[in-house]
Design a protein around this ligand. Structure first.
Ligand SMILES: NC(=O)c1ccc[n+]([C@@H]2O[C@H](COP(=O)([O-])OP(=O)(O)OC[C@H]3O[C@@H](n4cnc5c(N)ncnc54)[C@H](OP(=O)(O)O)[C@@H]3O)[C@@H](O)[C@H]2O)c1
Length: 285
């Protein structure tokens, strides 16, 4: 029986990345649906849960993606609420790669050193990856500051993550050198999660920082968020700090993403959001 993956993308155009990784993760056929939301998903979910006999339902799965994490999170919940008894299929949330990227990054940091009791700063943390990275750093025992160029956006992101995970994150402003320096004051970990191609720190801002120990950036474009790191860095010592770059993290992210897709087809009751995906990442590090 064919393994069918339906991607429910909250964006108007579905993600090529999610499609490629879906096939590489073991799906036999991927159907990408775009513009999916809590109101129009009902019939689609019915199509997935009513069509195959109980023992065959594990061969159908739903993946939720798109660039808006809160829309994805709400859709994930709405789809899950439609499941009852054994009328369900496995489900994964990974808006803009938020869970797989954050889980890979934080699992690698945790492998490098314990995050318990550290102060971590997620710079430009209001996007999907940054919000989930902040949650996982907090779950790992760090005190976490999440920054934005607008204080109201950092407050909103911290509130959303508190509501979903019950973790307390500290919203902070970081829009120029002074506010970024203040956000990094006394910090041990900095995690860059900005939109691709944006520089957040000059080399001297992190290389000469008195307390920073771990430097991680998920960016993979030519302009890196942290000047002077290398995209391939993976547990690389630079200026007495441990550094991870976007490909250093991305290799595990891709492996993890594929492993999660494969897991969806193991049974019809997999629910893969941050916590479950992070567990898989930990098993892989
Ligand atoms: N390595 C990997 O395997 C991998 C996988 C997936 C994604 N990524 C990378 O992860 C990063 C985060 O992805 P995402 O989808 O969460 O990001 P995103 O939503 O595109 O952007 C994150 C945040 O960047 C800030 N930002 C936007 N323009 C900015 C500017 N001109 N100056 C300063 N900050 C700016 C915004 O925060 P405010 O408006 O609140 O300031 C925004 O919320 C991206 O670079 C993406 O390419 C890497």
């Amino acid at each position: 029986m064919k393994k069918l993956l339906y991607t429910f993308d909250t964006d108007p155009i579905p993600s090529v990345f999610d499609s490629v990784v879906a096939y590489d993760g073991g799906a036999d056929h991927v159907t990408q649906l775009s513009g999916i939301n809590v109101d129009n998903c009902v019939g689609l979910v019915e199509g997935a849960i009513y069509t195959r006999a109980p023992k065959n339902k594990k061969n159908t799965a739903i993946f939720i993606g798109g660039s808006d994490l809160i829309a994805g999170q709400n859709l994930f919940q709405a789809v899950h609420e439609q499941f009852f008894q054994n009328f369900r299929v496995s489900l994964m949330l990974d808006s803009n790669g938020c869970n797989t990227t954050a889980a890979a990054g934080v699992a690698l940091l945790n492998q490098a050193t314990s995050l318990k009791g550290k102060t971590a700063v997620v710079l430009a943390g209001t996007g999907p990856v940054g919000q989930r990275a902040a949650v996982l750093l907090a779950i790992s025992g760090a005190s976490v500051r999440l920054t934005s160029r607008r204080q109201s956006r950092s407050v909103e992101a911290c509130d959303e993550m508190m509501e979903r995970f019950g973790v307390e994150l500290t919203p902070m402003l970081a829009r120029d050198t002074d506010t970024t320096t203040a956000a990094l004051d006394g910090a041990h970990v900095v995690f860059g999660a900005a939109k691709s191609g944006i520089q957040l720190l000059t080399a001297s801002q992190w290389q000469n920082h008195p307390t920073l120990e771990l430097i991680a950036d998920v960016g993979t474009s030519q302009v890196l968020a942290f000047e002077g790191i290398n995209v391939m860095d993976k547990n690389t010592k630079r200026f007495d700090k441990i550094v991870f770059g976007g490909i250093g993290i991305g290799a595990l992210k891709l492996k993890l993403h594929r492993a999660c897709i494969a897991k969806l087809f193991e049974s019809n009751d997999q629910t893969l959001d941050t916590e479950a995906i992070y567990k898989i990442a930990q098993q892989m590090t």
